[in-house]
Design a protein around this ligand. Sequence first.
Ligand SMILES: *[C@@H]1O[C@H](CO)[C@@H](O)[C@H](O)[C@H]1NC(C)=O
Ligand SMILES: *[C@@H]1O[C@H](CO)[C@@H](O)[C@H](O)[C@H]1NC(C)=O
Ligand SMILES: *[C@@H]1O[C@H](CO)[C@@H](O)[C@H](O)[C@H]1NC(C)=O
Length: 280
Amino acid sequence: MAHSRSPAAYPNSNRIMKLFLCLLFLAAVQAAIVPAVNPIAHFHPSVLNAAKPRGRNVTINGVLTYVSLPKKKFDKTTAVLLLTDVFGLPSPDNLLLADEWAAAGFQTFVPDYLNGDAIPMDGDFTTWLPNHGEAQTTPPLLAVIKALKKRGIKKIAATGYCFGGLYVTRLVQNNTITVGTMAHPSLLNVPTDFDLMKEISHIPVEINNAELDTGFTPAVAAQTDGVMANGQYTPGYLRRQFDGVAHGFAVRANASDPVQVAAKQGAFDTSLAWIKSHLE
Ligand SMILES: *[C@@H]1O[C@H](CO)[C@@H](O)[C@H](O)[C@H]1NC(C)=O
Ligand SMILES: *[C@@H]1O[C@H](CO)[C@@H](O)[C@H](O)[C@H]1NC(C)=O
Ligand SMILES: *[C@@H]1O[C@H](CO)[C@@H](O)[C@H](O)[C@H]1NC(C)=O
């Protein structure tokens, strides 16, 4: 770069400003948005799951919400908030996953934060995504959380999958929930979102990632550990990688593939243990 004036001619504050902008630029280069993985890449269509969702659709504070309750007596002051992938409530896999959380003893709420516009299996992701940014997704999410708190629910454990990982991240950053878990998150800014988490949050967080994920790759996971692991994130951090599986593995598995079945169960068990240990 050619300068028309010698650097000495710049006032000191100007030089500091240039250094600052340079650092900012370097930070921007290093931070990368975890891409949203195309729906087609995380759909494993083979599982013909005979199970029917057990819960009900209700409207909570104006937002369609799938609610699944435990069969046995449960603690009415805690709840699991399940934040789905882009397939939303129309995907039985998401509802059956909510039923699993209910079977584990938690009243479970799945808000339709996709505003009745979950992507169809053959949908065009690139035109869908701009209509489902934080501006559109956050208001219904917060409307449901507000209503749950008003009902006397004091502790919310949020569990987010793919697209839902971004919103668990926001709820952790904003200290809105008691504990968070996510699986194969997308759309995060790594490491920036975790730097921010470390700076402002006191909420423990757990991540399940897939070895074969093309979005939240093992390299991105390692970058996340660089900010969070080894006691750096004092509220609590755990990451577990599942080998031989791809994006979406914690939501749907091919029932004939033991590796996928075990990984899905392992992710659930890991998130459940994390949530239980941080709700007590
Ligand atoms: C499901 O897994 C079985 C066993 O590995 C495999 O033969 C089958 O092709 C898989 N189905 C799909 C749709 O991936
Ligand atoms: C809940 O609503 C979703 C989205 O409209 C629908 O696909 C699903 O079948 C409904 N589930 C139940 C149990 O009514
Ligand atoms: C978190 O807080 C930020 C900053 O106030 C806000 O813009 C965002 O909508 C919040 N998101 C959620 C999910 O609470």
